[in-house]
Design a protein around this ligand. Sequence first.
Ligand code: DGL
Length: 268
Amino acid sequence: MKNASIGAFDSGLGGLTVVSQIHNYLPNESIVYFGDTGRVPYGSRSNETIIRYAKQDINFLKSNNVKLIVAACGTVSSVASSAADGLDVPYVEVVTPASKMAAECTKNGKIGVIGTAATIASNSYKNKILSINDAFTVYQYACPLFVPFVESGFVSPDDELVIGIVKRYVEPLIKDGVDTLILGCTHYPILAPAIQKVLGDGVKLINTGEAAAIEIKRILTENDMLADKAGESHFFVSDTTQTFIKTSEVLLGKTLDFDVKKIDIEKY
Ligand code: DGL
């Protein structure tokens, strides 16, 4: 079991930001990743649909005998925790670890949250942060165009179009005076250089993937489940693999040294 993979899933490419943080914090761990590229985005759908998709994603990962599952998706973490009911391996979502990290980080008690429409409507981060300290003020904004931008590879901080859309969504946070901002969707760290450029260096950006990776490390360590030798990672998508490979290479800035397979997620 120790050397079984960690399962991670997202609606598309965004979860790769979580995968890269798991690689940073846990270099021995192998990963089975599923990106639901055929049904992205999740964030503009109803909670019922997101829960149904998340159940299928989890079933697929379970069929690969993973030792832990991470919902590498802010939207699933916010509205579809019930999809993991009855799971017999540890399940990690990103809202709790990222909220804790933001609460530890803020100096002025003003925390911003950006995410998909479903995530912001759920108040998941806001409720979690206020349960840690109800004296904090939380400012939330949905940024529905960020996911299609990232999925299309429009992410450069030198691109006027990218800066224009980032300004449109995050400029209100400057007026709000936040000193900490949770990138509440796992796609958003890919836009972090553009977001930081608009907000300035005085705002600390919280990467949900990093917070989740630290939590995974804690769980695996406490349960004596850390891999003791390096393993191979495997990547799966529900639509054409070529777009996933090309865009991942643009986003990660390197040639991928793994292959990507297409699966029929409706079978799970
Ligand atoms: N990466 C996702 C999230 O963290 C999914 C966004 C979407 O599919 O709308 O919310």
